[in-house]
Design a protein around this ligand. Structure first.
Ligand code: KIV
Length: 261
């Protein structure tokens, strides 16, 4: 999948499917699925490193995970997240982060927020790097937003989202994420947008959907937001099978002759 196919899918009314991915083993598995594209999101700081928010993600962390995913993901398109404040320094510093993420194996980058980032996005796009925007609940701004809250519920917040969506299109984004946005606002933005919208907690009408790996596979035992559907009870499956392994070792059933040299 290339950025051109994002537009093609929107034009054809076909849903775009994305999920996050953070490591080589998972990338090897997802490479053989029909998922359209992968995001190495800064959520890696929480899901893999156990931090309480994405503010802790660093450029080094992102590059390590993008590189690992790119070694396993085959031909899947990989979007790499620009971590907290990494695109809010000078333009040369921003571009050196973009360069590192792309050289680690990303084929596009994503950054959070619109207003105030237009020039930066335009410059990155004009440099030949596709940019995915991200508005709505932008977790890097958790301290400004006052928590993880649904966006677009008031007229003011709704109007701001509409303006941000327009700003991202004008700046040249090839798609943008709408996170935790009232379904009706997401639908209105999607209808009026020339570029595809990718929803997470933004209802059914967006051009595509993205979910976090651990959420799709039921591996997140601490937290389950309303918008998440686990398609597997992965945590239970892991626990049951780890206990089977322990029992097999304890009983002497494993290793059997078949597993011995
Ligand atoms: O980092 C991430 O996982 C994301 C998705 C939630 C869109 O930005």
């Amino acid at each position: 999948m290339s950025v051109l196919q994002f537009f093609e899918k929107k034009r054809m009314g076909q849903k775009i499917t994305m999920m996050t991915c953070y490591d080589y083993t998972s990338a090897r598995i997802v490479a053989d699925t029909s998922i359209d594209a992968l995001l190495v999101g800064d959520s890696v700081a929480m899901t893999i490193h156990g931090f309480k928010d994405t503010v802790s993600a660093t450029v080094d962390m992102m590059c390590d995970h993008i590189a690992a995913v790119s070694r396993g993901a085959g031909k899947k398109m990989i979007v790499g997240d620009m971590p907290f404040l990494s695109f809010r320094q000078s333009l040369p510093e921003t571009m050196s982060v973009v360069q590192r993420l792309m050289q680690a194996g990303a084929s596009a980058i994503k950054l959070e927020g619109a207003i105030g980032n237009e020039k930066t996005i335009r410059h990155i796009v004009e440099s030949g790097v596709p940019v995915m925007g991200h508005i709505g609940l932008t977790p890097q701004l958790v301290h400004t937003l006052g928590g993880y809250k649904v966006q677009g519920k008031t007229d003011h917040s709704r109007q701001r989202l509409v303006e941000e969506a327009q700003a991202l299109q004008d700046a040249g984004c090839f798609a943008f994420v709408l996170e935790c946005v009232s379904a009706d606002v997401a639908s209105e933005i999607t209808k009026n947008s020339a570029v595809p919208t990718i929803g997470i907690g933004a209802g059914r009408e967006t051009d595509g959907q993205i979910l976090v790996w651990q959420d799709v596979l039921g591996l997140n035992i601490d937290f389950k937001p309303k918008f998440v559907k686990a398609f597997l009870n992965g945590a239970e499956l892991f626990k049951e099978n780890i206990d089977l392994y322990v029992k097999a070792v304890q009983s002497g059933e494993f290793p059997s002759d078949a597993h011995c040299y």
